[in-house]
Design a protein around this ligand. Structure first.
Ligand code: NAD
Ligand code: USQ
Length: 395
């Protein structure tokens, strides 16, 4: 297949591009490199030394003989993305190209506006251009578990849809609805908006869309990124882009007390990067038909409470745990039960935390510990002005 990987220079997009190229697909990476610019804006860098995207593609070809095509393109530029689709007419499109950090999206009003403009325009431009050009590609979007919210209803979260019963003048009627969204940040809100865009274009134009509601991705390398030092994946550890488990791992490696927000009672869904790319492969092989509703998968393999993760990493490494005032507005404690039967039925055999964690600490976090700037570890983006004042006074 000819596959476009939008956002293919990013943390999940890069290993996905290699995985698909390795399977024999013709892969076209489309990226505006905005994530690299944001590193510059924030004065941070990946824990792992990343080469330019062109250099990474060159090394991949040298190692495997397979060509990765790179296109420097911004999805916000409608005419350019439309011309690109017209010219390349991919069979499948994998859409990672959004601003994905909740703390970055909440930093200031400017960051909120940027995140909404970037993410909503990227998704809508793509959908409108697919209809206009008649490109009948299977669109796979990386969404988030966070669209469901973390309100502890006590029932398992279904894969996207909820069956409800409503009272009508003619008695009770069954109805299938998108699971109601309850986003916890401006970033997560854009993913909720994406869902509506997908629902509309699938229903109105018969676009074939799969939305993967992914949990927090942990780990660094996959079979393909491990093939050469210059193919190494991105690893964010800073207070805006670093996700919780990866942050705990590097904090342990440099003797920084593990930064648990609040009581650490937040329960979240997790998936290893290797499983993430495998899920995308599985979803690719299971495309919906035109006219079918958007297919939604919960792309996660385990759930964990933040303080349990901290205790686990502390036990493994001897690190201390620090319970800090929470810069976010979120439930202190929540339960989380998630259905993920569809990927298991398609053959996913998950990597568990218990198997993968230790090698991650030793191989990656310790190896590159010298690249960590300790001053960029604290998470300082506050969800409201009141929280900002509180966190400032009680750091
Ligand atoms: P990332 O920031 O590392 O990668 C995103 C890539 O998209 C970057 O290379 C960036 O330059 C590019 N991009 C952003 N806006 C663009 C635009 N307008 N035009 C072209 N390119 C653009 O993020 P990631 O961690 O690889 O996440 C990829 C996707 O998966 C995101 O949509 C994210 O919401 C989703 N996701 C990530 C995680 C996680 O834990 N990392 C978990 C769940 C879902
Ligand atoms: N947390 C800490 N300490 C830290 C960092 C985070 O206690 O040092 C807590 C947060 O307060 C939160 C939880 O850990 O309760 C998760 O935070 P996170 O930054 O790991 O994850 P999140 O903000 O939800 O975002 C990440 C990705 C995003 C993706 C989402 C999947 O950045 O792209 O959509 O995970 S999910 O969480 O399932 O919505």
């Amino acid at each position: 297949m000819r596959i476009a990987v939008l956002g293919g220079d990013g943390f999940v997009g890069w290993p996905t591009s290699l995985h698909l190229s390795n399977l024999g697909h013709e892969v076209h990476i489309v990226d505006n490199l905005s994530r690299r610019w944001i590193d510059t804006e924030l004065g941070v860098q990946s824990l792992t030394p990343m080469d330019s995207i062109q250099e990474r593609c060159r090394i991949w070809q040298q190692e495997t003989g397979e060509k990765l095509h790179f296109h420097f393109l911004d999805l916000r530029e409608y005419d350019r993305i439309k011309s690109w689709l017209e010219e390349y007419r991919p069979d499948a499109i994998i859409h990672f190209a959004e601003q994905r950090a909740a703390p970055y999206s909440m930093k200031t009003d400017r960051h909120k506006v940027y995140t909404v403009n970037n993410n909503v325009s990227a998704t809508h431009n793509l959908l409108a251009a697919m209809v206009e050009t008649g490109v009948d590609a299977h669109l796979i979007h990386l969404g988030t578990m966070g669209v469901y919210g973390y309100s502890s209803v006590g029932a398992p979260i279904p894969e996207g849809y909820l069956d409800v019963e409503i009272d009508t003048p003619n008695g009770k009627k069954g109805l299938e609805i998108l699971y109601p969204t309850r986003p916890g940040s401006v970033y997560h809100m854009t993913k909720s908006l994406d869902q509506i865009l997908f629902q509309f274009y699938a229903q109105n134009d018969g676009l074939r869309i799969t939305d993967l509601h992914q949990g927090i991705v942990w780990g660094t390398n996959t079979d393909q990124t491990s093939r050469h030092a210059q193919l190494i994946n991105r690893f964010d550890y800073d207070g805006d882009y670093g996700t919780v488990l990866n942050r705990f791992l590097i904090q342990a490696a440099i003797g920084y007390p593990l930064t648990v927000h609040g009581t650490g009672g937040q329960t979240r869904a997790f998936i290893h990067i290797q499983d993430s790319v495998r899920c995308i492969e599985l979803a690719l092989g299971d495309a919906p038909k035109a006219g079918e509703r958007v297919r939604i998968f919960n792309q996660m393999t385990e759930t964990h409470r933040v303080r349990d993760l901290a205790e686990l990493v502390a036990k493994m490494t001897g690190a201390k745990v620090a319970y800090l005032p929470n810069p976010r507005k979120e439930a202190d404690e929540n339960e989380l039960i998630v259905n993920n039967d569809q990927f298991l039925a398609l053959g996913l055999n998950p990597i568990t935390l218990a198997e993968g964690l230790l090698s991650e600490v030793v191989d990656v976090a310790k190896r590159f510990a010298h690249r960590i700037d300790r001053s960029r570890v604290p998470a300082v983006s506050a969800w409201t002005k009141d929280i900002a004042k509180r966190v400032e006074h009680d750091p």
